[in-house]
Write a protein of this length. Sequence first.
Length: 103
Amino acid sequence: MLRAKRDSLGGAASKAIPSLGEVEGRMMVLELIALTALTRLIRLHDIGERADLINAMRHAIDRKCHDARLCGTDTKSAEEYAEELLASAQEQAIVLESIRNDA
């Protein structure tokens, strides 16, 4: 994977082109970190703010996808993925909140 210090690492670590497994692994880690962070953030805020958060995410995704010159289908897919991630985080936050209240 590309790294700031990759030129000095030598061996397999200095390869500029990541393998598909490395990319998938990094994406999995990023998804888990995002989900965990969202879950904790949502637990601290009102559930009613979800619509505002979704609108802000859609706007940011549209802007980034436009800047990256992605097609409309890719933009729609990115928006749907973000909404699924947010919904999953919300579900986990509700479960964690109920567990904490029952304890």
